[in-house]
Write a protein that binds this ligand. Sequence first.
Ligand SMILES: Nc1nc2c(ncn2[C@@H]2O[C@H](COP(=O)(O)OP(=O)(O)OP(=O)(O)O)[C@@H](O)[C@H]2O)c(=O)[nH]1
Ligand SMILES: [Mg+2]
Length: 592
Amino acid sequence: MLSHQLSSTFGILLPSARRTFATTARNLSAHNSPNDLPEDTFDPELAAEEELQNVLRQRKTDWKRRQRGQTFLDNLIVTVKAGNGGNGCVAFHREKFTSIGPPAGGGGGRGGDVYIVPTPHLTSLSSVPKIVKGEAGGNGRGTWQGGRNATPTILEVPVGTVVTEISGADPRRTKDEWEVEAETLQGLTAEERLEKMRERRWVHFPRFEEVNFEKDAFQDAEAAMFKEEKDRRRVRRLRQATPINLDLDKVDEFTPAVDAPLGTRQREFMGHLLARGGVGGVGNPHFYSQINRSPKFATRGTQGEGITFLLELKILSDVGLVGMPNAGKSTILRALTGGRAKTEVAGYAFTTLNPVVAVVRVADDGTFEGSTQGDAVYDETLIEEERERELMESGAFSHAPTRNQRSSTADSPSPGDLGAGHRFDAVETFRFTIADNPGLISEASENVGLGHSFLRSMERSLALVYVVDLSGPEPWEELRVLQEELEKYKPGMSTKARLVIANKADLLGGDGHDADAVMEAKAKLHRLEEYAGKNMISSWAGGELGRPLKVVPISAKYGQNLKKVVGLLKEYVTEVRSGVDNSAVKEETRIV
Ligand SMILES: Nc1nc2c(ncn2[C@@H]2O[C@H](COP(=O)(O)OP(=O)(O)OP(=O)(O)O)[C@@H](O)[C@H]2O)c(=O)[nH]1
Ligand SMILES: [Mg+2]
């Protein structure tokens, strides 16, 4: 929608049309000026392919919109049921010349435990199942063959997930095996109840059920079992009194003990235990005694623990970008990280579907990683891919030095000479995280557009930054809507805003020689500043006084004036992190 407005107001080519000119990217990277127009080399094959890509992307976006934020999950209730233990077996040994052998039923295997482990490969809880079932242990078999122990189930969740056990009187809590049994036994006579309870606990030799019940040996075994079960129940209740609470904010790595004796088996780290599997039942040899030399019963395995958990994904970032679709939030993120953050940029609304958090690294002199990229242009993802492919095919990278070669030839580099990536480590003195969010539109707080699940994740940013499209007809109107939506979602939320970024300033002011256009651009920026100064007040981090929001005009695409933004953000982040206000008002530099 906005790109249409842009194209008509400022006479630039629509992105989809622009992409069909194969030389666009090369032109932009060679001259690096917004006013250089591409040569007309239309490639119908490329155009058709790009059209198809566009349709596919648009379809994905439409589907996502229809889901109303359902596919981005940042909180989820998961019921975990560990595996049941395998049943014991009733069998007697048979072999040649031994017609009546000793009892030989094997025990059941252990039920599978369920573990949880954080992984950096996931970013949302949408792939986490709502019900997790552990594997059951194998049943015992004849000739003393024990059942197989079940392999544990490992539940992978994104890093930053907080796991809370739902316990107590909460109706969402999973009932334990005794509560479930009590429910099923309700309304039955005493005899029926005993029958049901025995059925759930014992395995009998075929047709010996009634005989077993009469035997003293069985009744003793049953009494012992009930006592043991009582202890098990008490242990389970004690465990429930201290609910599991985990904050999985880093990837745990298995570090083998260095002082372990040689030959000790190191247990692999599987994650954090959520639910313990059931114990396997015992086979009939277990009940062999002088008074019962032919036990014809065995026990069933116990049930695995069933626990309900609330998983919450906390996407914590220092700064959250808030803006309408197409304002250029993703481009800003890419420009600030020197293209390291891989977030999609395209000229249609709702390109970004899930929040993306990236780290901005700053050196002492205000240089940030993105500013080390020279005159890089942060264009739409498709155009950049195309540009890279063309360069690769033309062999432009064949003589490029490797990372090692680069570092060995550099003598005493200044921050500006260093490229992005590990080499920036040497000069980095400050870092903060910034979250690119999906676009907000009017009524987003009523779950229109991509819904309010994103507003919830924005809520977790320490500070917010508005991003508006300065080339749009009324950027102040965008600002008003954004503020209104934040307030409607949660009153007071807009006071977290610290800055207004007026993006796409390169589209204003003509080619710089047209005095009228420059005046017009300046007047527009002035009006925006006036609006922000009058209507938008951010709260001090530590006090009650308000402070009007600053407006910084930038061009994310051409990386202009970003140093100013990074400088201010560094200041604000330090302020909100410490809860103390120390902002110094400095004169703004303008690029129009
Ligand atoms: N001329 C110009 N175009 C820009 C600038 N920043 C972004 N754009 C273009 O604006 C369009 C939208 O950019 P995105 O970064 O995808 O916008 P967004 O705010 O992330 O959009 P959504 O993810 O849909 O909310 C793309 O075509 C960008 O190339 C800029 O500074 N100047
Ligand atoms: Mg985006």
